[in-house]
Design a protein around this ligand. Structure first.
Ligand code: CA
Length: 372
């Protein structure tokens, strides 16, 4: 992780401090090592709200893992109590609760807040955009994090990348999708830019928190839903309310989850605790991807072999058309919104160079290992 180089002013200040402390009499003598160790340290007790059910596999556990890690790394100086969706505030009020300082932290996904700023979905996932590996590269070494911090600044929030599911599934349907016409008229749970794209082909796209999705499908409030992938979808039991399970998740090829911190709370932490928050976020960001990578296929086997789910691939012509509409939607929003354009162009440039290299590395290797 990048560290800021101390400024010349910092060296001057340090030299001055050392000079002053060495000149002083007994009253100002520096504290001994044992005195430093015994000094009482402030304990920070924070609350974190989330958009997930408490302890939900993967997503909810990332918040719990963050809390455990921060507690251990700080020797108990920073304690973060995690609340599931609806325990303190409803799932989709997470952003406001942290922005207003009702709680210090939230764990969620930036694309839920597209009603606050149209740019936020770019920090979760873009249809036909970056995968998990590429998102992490863009955020941490391609300028993405600085843009995200700038976007959330007016909301008094510090964002951190804190989880990634990898490529998701296209979703659960009760009818076969053989052409775009089969999507027309469906009321589907699909947040973010994927929802904007499907709206163009006659889908009524809505966002519903995960914990309410099963009932919404069961009672016919919605006809179709995307959530995550086998590991998470099995946990919610969607196979009991939908017949067809479609892939690939063209709309979410590598969604980043977010930790949001109330800015004044973050700034009130001493430097070492700030570093612990940043380091623990980075750790759970990778850990979540490892969890999904390890568990998705066993869950898919269970869905298909035990629960007789019909696994289907979206036809190539449907995907190609959705890709064409996606580029149109992105260009249109960029033309209307300068903030969106700035982030979109950064991500687009990153994607172009990532694709170029990944064609001869990741993609060539995927192909190579299938050769017989
Ligand atoms: Ca999803």
């Amino acid at each position: 992780m990048k560290r800021q180089t101390p400024s010349p002013m910092a060296f001057i200040a340090l030299a001055l401090l050392l000079t002053l402390s060495s000149c002083g009499g007994s009253e100002s003598s520096p504290a001994t090592e044992s005195e430093v160790q015994q000094a009482p340290q402030k304990i920070y007790k924070w609350k974190m709200v989330t958009t997930w059910p408490k302890n939900f596999p993967g997503l909810g556990m990332a918040a719990e893992n963050f809390s455990t890690l921060v507690g251990r790394m700080s020797g108990g100086r920073l304690q973060v109590k995690v609340y599931g969706a609806g325990q303190l505030v409803p799932a989709l009020e997470t952003f406001d609760a942290v922005s207003q300082g009702t709680v210090e932290m939230g764990h969620s996904a930036a694309y839920y807040w597209k009603g606050k700023t149209r740019t936020s979905p770019l920090f979760t996932s873009v249809p036909f955009g970056l995968n998990a590996q590429e998102m992490n590269g863009w955020l941490h070494y391609g300028g993405g994090m600085a843009l995200w911090r700038e976007l959330y600044e007016p909301f008094n929030l510090v964002p951190l990348a804190a989880g990634n599911t990898g490529v998701q599934m296209a979703g659960w349907f009760n009818r076969e999708i053989n052409s775009l016409k089969d999507l027309k008229g469906l009321k589907m749970r699909i947040p973010g830019l994927g929802g904007d794209v499907l709206s163009r082909v006659g889908v009524e796209a809505v966002n519903i928190p995960g914990g309410e999705l099963y009932t919404a499908m069961q009672t016919g409030v919605i006809d179709a839903a995307e959530w995550v992938g086998p590991y998470n979808d099995l946990a919610f039991g969607f196979h009991q309310v939908a017949k067809y399970y479609y892939y690939p998740g063209w709309h979410e090829p590598g969604p980043t989850l977010e930790l949001i911190v109330h800015k004044p709370a973050f700034e009130s932490l001493p430097d070492d605790l700030q570093a612990i928050v940043e380091g623990a976020a980075r750790a759970i960001n990778q850990d979540m991807l490892d969890d999904y990578t390890a568990r998705n296929n066993a869950a898919l086997d269970e869905l298909v072999n035990t629960h007789s789910v019909e696994l289907r691939q979206l036809p190539d012509d449907v995907l190609a058309e959705l890709n064409r509409i996606t580029q149109q939607v992105l260009e249109e929003i960029a033309a209307e919104d300068a903030g969106f354009k700035k982030v979109y162009e950064s991500q687009k440039a990153f994607k172009e160079q990532a694709i170029k290299y990944h064609k001869i590395s990741e993609q060539a290797y995927y192909r190579a290992r299938e050769l017989k």
